[in-house]
Design a protein around this ligand. Structure first.
Ligand code: XMP
Length: 519
């Protein structure tokens, strides 16, 4: 990373594999301080080169008492840079600096109340008895030399510790999770007071910085293309690039025939109409649908769609002469080098397809202006540069589109039914004021027919499933308890208005063990 004004006040997070590491980074950035996550064993030179104003050691699933526990270079504590160890990070501090760590008699999970002994530095303006969130098996039983305890809980005599001369701090609890009520205050104390960081990571400044960076990368004559999906990430990339290089940018939108009602028109209206971006709409629906004919296996469908997308995009790329750059919506979570955690998932559940990951053999130079950002920051940046709220707060929609919501083979008739039913669900969710409160809400077309009666006649028609879930990152999700009258209204409308449907069911499964999409 190139040091510059915007990134000057920066903090480094050493990741020991905690499920909360990204939360730490997001909280730090919410405090308007730039930070990056690196693996726990990042060499000292690299840390020095980054020149952070503070270092945070994350939690992690290991125990410092294990033989092969993950360690950072002990010199990290001698750099004269303030260090904050969280949970495992604090125990590691205790272990490496010659204190004592032991397994706890009572493992401590969930809420605890922080009894503060000293309201200095790290704990200034924190209320006594404030709720904090614990998740640990080991604990420090003897402090390393020079440390003192700032606070305790029922189970942890050393819930917060400090070495004031060396500016080393530890928290046994997790300030980065919402259940730690005053976690943000504690992090702010560390960042502003202890590390002397100024809150300068602001989206307005970031927009200018990104636009300037794109201009420098592409140069005064260079041309670029950008694959637009209509989702948040690719839209923000397109608008940023357009602001940077104007009509030297061409956006390509591929209509794969698997889009929802009105989606293509919306993209045309927004980007061509509103932003005046040179938008090329490629109708490849026939090619996609032909290749999907008779294919029922979900993974096969996903692969066909992914490969066809790349093929069409490559063909289009070739027709645009002298284009050397490709804009991509890579986000920071895609870039973070993950720390292997024992027992983590390794099997492929689904092959994901995004507009990102276009083939390397295309020889484009990549422009990735969102590489440093989390999703919520992309949304904020998007608002800053005038991307319409409708796009910013759009629910996620998968790359393979409606194909993975039609169980079994994709047909024209199936698509027409699903599109209509989906439109009704979204209309009703929106008019109930729930669209932005729900992660995703959509229709699924099941591969069965059931018997019904309409008027005095027997029907034998399709079933639509309604899926509505809440999630924070798509990794886990719970079904939403939609009001019965809303479900009733959707069901009524779908059965009455969509030809070929005589039954509607509601999916009440969480992820895990189900997934959000049905295929
Ligand atoms: P699952 O079904 O795996 O979905 O629980 C998790 C989240 O990912 C979305 N999804 C995709 N997004 N390309 C995407 O860009 C894909 O191939 C894809 N498959 C699933 C899904 O809608 C949910 O938000």
């Amino acid at each position: 990373m190139i040091p510059d004004k915007l990134h000057e006040e920066r903090v480094l997070i050493l990741d020991f594999g905690s499920q909360y590491t990204q939360n730490i980074a997001r909280k730090v950035r919410e405090c308007k301080v730039y930070c990056e996550i690196v693996p726990f064993d990042t060499p000292l030179d690299k840390i020095r080169e980054f020149a952070p104003k503070g270092i945070i050691l994350s939690g992690g699933p290991a125990s410092v008492l294990q033989k092969d526990s993950p360690l950072c270079d002990p010199q990290v504590f001698q750099l004269k840079i303030p260090v904050l160890g969280i949970c495992y990070g604090m125990q590691l501090m205790g272990h490496l600096l010659k204190g004592e760590v032991n397994p706890s008699n009572h493992r401590e999970y969930g809420r605890a109340h922080l009894m503060v002994r000293e309201f200095t530095h790290l704990l200034q303006n924190v209320n006594n008895g404030s709720m904090v969130w614990m998740s640990h098996g080991d604990k420090i039983t003897r402090l390393p030399p020079g440390f003192k305890s700032l606070a305790f809980t029922d189970n942890s005599p050393y819930a917060a510790i400090e070495h004031s001369r060396d500016k080393l701090f530890g928290l046994q609890f997790h300030p980065e999770v919402v259940h730690t009520i005053e976690g943000k205050q504690i992090l702010q104390n560390f960042l502003y007071d202890i590390c002397s960081c100024k809150p300068e990571w602001e989206m307005g400044r970031l927009a200018d910085y990104s636009i300037q960076n794109i201009q420098e990368q592409i140069g005064p004559q260079g041309k670029a293309i950008c694959a637009l999906s209509g989702g948040v990430d690719s839209s923000v990339v397109a608008v940023l690039m357009h602001k940077a290089i104007g009509d030297r940018l061409t956006c390509i939108f591929i209509d794969n025939g698997l889009l929802r009602h009105g989606e293509r028109e919306k993209v045309e209206e927004t980007f061509r109409g509103h932003f005046k971006i040179d938008l090329k709409v490629v109708d490849a629906s026939e090619r996609f649908l032909k290749r999907l004919e008779g294919v029922t296996d979900p993974e096969a469908k996903r692969k066909i769609i992914g490969n066809t997308f790349i093929e069409v995009f490559e063909e289009e790329g070739k027709t645009l002469k002298e284009v050397a750059f490709l804009g991509q919506g890579t986000l920071y979570p895609d870039v973070i080098e993950s720390v292997p955690v024992k027992g983590g998932p390794s099997v492929t559940i689904k092959t994901h397809h995004n507009v990102g990951g276009l083939p390397e053999k295309m020889h484009f130079k990549l422009v990735e202006p969102l590489r440093e950002l989390f999703k919520d920051e992309v949304r904020e940046l998007g608002r800053e540069i005038g991307v319409p709220e409708e796009i910013i707060s759009r629910q996620p929609f998968p790359g393979p589109g409606l194909a993975i919501r039609i169980l079994g083979a994709v047909t024209g008739e199936g698509l027409a039914i699903l599109r209509e039913a989906d439109k009704i669900i979204l209309e009703e969710i929106k008019s109930a004021g729930l669209y932005q409160k729900i992660w995703q809400s959509f229709a699924v077309l099941l591969p069965v027919k059931t018997v019904g009666v309409m008027g005095d006649s027997r029907t034998y028609e399709n079933v639509i499933g309604i899926r509505a879930v809440n999630s924070t990152d798509g990794m886990t999700a719970d079904w939403v308890q939609l009001p019965y009258d809303l479900l009733g209204k959707m069901s009524n409308r779908i059965i009455n208005e969509v030809q070929g449907v005589n039954r509607v069911v509601y999916d009440i499964s969480s992820k895990p063990p189900s997934t959000i999409e049905w295929e």
